[in-house]
Write a protein that binds this ligand. Structure first.
Ligand code: IVH
Length: 711
């Protein structure tokens, strides 16, 4: 019997362990501090300690690392000579995608949202029990937060330290802005508190306060620099700086509003989550809770005034189901949660005068009437052109040159003419002539088509119409598509307008990769460096992922989000090209119209020729890893806890690899845990797993499983 009982640890051994723990802690702290000083010294040029104190800290760390006697990680400040590596603007995949919000502009849309949610969580009118009202009120609550007008970022914390900050990008992959984000005082470099998750993605909005925006524009003006149109643009421009010193001067702010990977068991409601985020050291907005939709709507009315008093700009209110369980119950559609909605404030309307009405030919040949107006500021931006949408709208609104009109920015983006101001009161008789509807394309003269049931009129010239070609090319090179920096609108227009015998003339998107840009040498504004950069950007674009390439092709109805869904479902360009309408329709977000449009795009000879010459120039997107094959992986769908120290793989690499095979790594062991992976010296988590009867495997087993798909 006595042989079977485990010997208690001798006292000296325990003391040794304690000392080792302390040593590790001290080393970690010194590494963190020195990393921060390196950043302040090299990146910001603004050290806060003297060189000799820095050297003292560094020497101390060297001593302690020797004392511990373990291999020193290559990112320890003792191993780094000179400036820390900057990853500015490199692509970063978010561990979980960043979703966006559906918008509501009218009260009825909020009522619909409320009805949908109540049905989905079983709180619909039919199931509501009057005597039990107070109970329901507790269970079904909306949290209301102001919708900050800034830009979303994803902050990854590993072992409580900020490791990567990335912009939203397309929701799945963003750009690395870590160096710049470190200048924002509202964002902690390390999460505060004892109970910090191993890995956590914090989501929130970077914004510029009204006061900082005014101050920035004053400085810009004094220095003869361009003024920013509004705080949102200023925040975006400041975050996307190559030099973090510039960002540091710009005074950006941040509010946290959510979490991505690592969210498990942080909080069971959004309101508690906000408290946890605050306890971790983030700035969060104040929020309100409501149970009834009418209270939501009354509150919205009060905010129309209250928003002026805030120190930052907001463009609406966000309503979210407060309970995380209920959020999971209702899920998401097309990359927006069904459990949240943005109730936008009405667009600001202003008055100006129409100078003339022109016709604009778009990427797909649609001809749109556009009002050119006396410049006017709308919602912070100077506007001189506004869309009139289509012929029907133009005739209905009866806008003419010389009219006074009300203009607004629809969804706060594209300016539109709302109506003629004071039409019929005194102006009649003195008004200009009604606009003539074009009989042929105003750019290329081709005849005009109008499909049955469509309001739009189109130029039939296809790519022989230079206006369509220019718009196609602009779309192809744009940031969300092939992202060719330096290939701006002006250059594209110039290259399309080159004479037919010019070696620089662009006739299709494939020509971008076939043209020798050295022929630009000697032209005004094209120095050697600029040409080199352009060539490099064109070459770099060959590495764009499948979804961006698909989006770049400009297939009708295939926006950035649909392009991602199709790419993820088919994984290669060949499979997409081969897919029939039925297969395409099996993809989420793809209906008959989209499917038919994709199919006909790949049946068009001209498009196939362009694709084949792109291939000839070395542009063909890589296939994606097939996801389906992972569903039978032994770890797929399993909730897994890593504990103890792993020897062959770092914990964060293990977590990433687990996620790739479809497992869900979490921080603490509970009844919901499917498996515990125990490395050396595993402690309380291993014990708890054994008590709960949860299967435990070791590191070699984990590596064997991961190798099955990742090798
Ligand atoms: S929650 C899954 N809360 O609005 C829910 N978003 O139009 C994701 N935004 O991409 C967003 N204030 O950049 C949330 N209090 C708030 C917000 C907010 C601003 C932004 C965010 C999001 C966009 C959607």
């Amino acid at each position: 019997m006595s042989l079977e009982r485990k010997n208690p640890e001798p006292k000296s051994q325990r003391q040794n362990k304690l000392a080792e723990q302390q040593l590790r802690h001290e080393i970690q702290q010194l590494r963190n501090e020195l990393t921060e000083h390196n950043y302040r010294y090299y990146i910001l040029d603004a050290p806060i300690i003297t060189d000799s104190s820095y050297d003292q800290y560094l020497r101390k760390l060297e001593q302690l690392e020797i004392e511990l006697g373990e291999e020193i990680p290559s990112d320890s400040p003792t191993q780094i000579v000179g400036a820390p590596v900057s990853h500015v603007f490199e692509s970063r995949e978010h561990l979980l995608p960043l979703l966006s919000l559906a918008n509501a502009f009218e009260e009825e849309e909020v009522h619909d949202f409320n009805r949908r949610l109540r049905e989905a969580v079983g709180q619909g009118a039919a199931s509501r029990n009057v005597t039990n009202q107070s109970n329901h009120q507790k269970e079904f609550q909306y949290i209301v937060e102001p919708k900050i007008d800034g830009l979303a970022v994803n902050l990854r914390y590993e072992k409580g330290s900020l490791s990567i900050a990335a912009t939203r990008g397309d929701g799945r992959v963003g750009e690395d802005v870590t160096d710049n984000v470190r200048t924002i005082a509202d964002i902690p470099w390390r999460l505060e508190g004892d109970d910090v998750p191993e890995l956590l993605e914090v989501r929130g909005e970077v914004y510029m306060s009204k006061a900082s925006f005014e101050a920035l524009n004053r400085t810009q003006e004094q220095e003869g620099e361009k003024l920013f149109a509004n705080p949102r643009n200023a925040a975006a421009g400041s975050l996307r700086q190559l030099d973090a010193k510039v960002t540091a001067k710009r005074r950006l702010s941040f509010f946290a509003y959510g979490v991505g990977a690592g969210a498990d068991s942080l909080a069971d409601s959004q309101s508690l989550l906000m408290q946890r985020l605050e306890a971790f050291g983030f700035a969060v907005q104040s929020f309100e809770l409501f149970s009834e939709v009418n209270a939501l709507l009354e509150n919205y009315q009060t905010w129309q005034q209250r928003r002026q008093k805030l120190s930052y700009e907001i463009d609406g209110l966000v309503y979210k189901l407060n309970s995380i369980d209920q959020q999971q119950q209702v899920g998401e559609v097309a990359r927006s949660p069904r459990w949240a909605i943005a109730h936008k404030f009405p667009a600001e309307e202003v008055m100006t005068t129409v100078e003339k009405i022109v016709w604009q030919v778009g990427r797909t040949g649609v001809i749109t009437p556009v009002a050119e107006m006396k410049p006017v500021k709308v919602a912070g931006v100077m506007v001189s052109r506004a869309t009139l949408h289509n012929v029907q709208e133009l005739q209905r609104k009866d806008v003419r040159a010389g009219d006074q009109v009300i203009v607004r920015r629809a969804g706060d983006v594209i300016p539109e003419v709302v109506r003629v101001a004071g039409s019929g009161t005194g102006q009649v008789g003195r008004r200009g002539k009604a606009v003539d509807i074009p009989a042929s394309c105003p750019v290329c003269g081709s005849h005009i088509e109008q499909s049955e049931g469509e309001v739009a009129i189109r130029c039939s010239g296809g790519l022989s119409c230079s206006a369509q070609l220019k718009e196609r090319l602009k779309h192809f090179v744009s940031r969300g598509a092939m992202d060719i920096e330096g290939m701006g609108d002006k250059l594209i227009e110039m290259l399309v307008d080159e004479p037919a015998d010019s070696l620089l003339q662009l006739k299709t998107v494939a020509d971008i990769y076939a043209i020798d840009f050295d022929h630009l040498t000697g032209r005004e504004g094209f120095k050697e460096k600029k040409i080199e950069n352009l060539k490099r950007a064109v070459e770099k674009s060959k590495g764009q992922p499948l979804s961006k390439f698909l989006f770049a092709l400009g297939i009708r109805h295939v926006g950035a989000v649909t392009a991602i869904s199709i790419s993820e479902a088919f994984c290669s360009l060949e499979s997409i090209m081969d897919a029939d309408v039925e297969a395409l329709q099996s993809v989420d977000d793809v209906g008959p119209e989209v499917a038919t449009s994709v199919r006909s795009f790949f049946e068009e000879t001209h498009n196939l020729e362009v694709l084949s010459s792109l291939k000839g120039s070395g542009l063909w997107p890589d296939a994606l890893e097939k996801k389906q094959s992972l569903s039978d992986h032994p770890l797929a769908g399993k909730t897994v806890v890593l504990t103890g120290s792993l020897e062959q793989i770092s914990r964060s690499d293990a977590q990433t690899a687990l996620r790739k095979v479809g497992a869900k790594p979490t921080g603490s062991v509970s009844k919901k845990t499917d498996m515990v992976i125990a490395g050396a010296n595993a402690g309380s988590k291993l014990k708890k797993a054994q008590e709960l009867g949860i299967p435990v495997v070791d590191e070699p087993q984990l590596l064997e499983w991961l190798a099955r798909t990742l090798g």
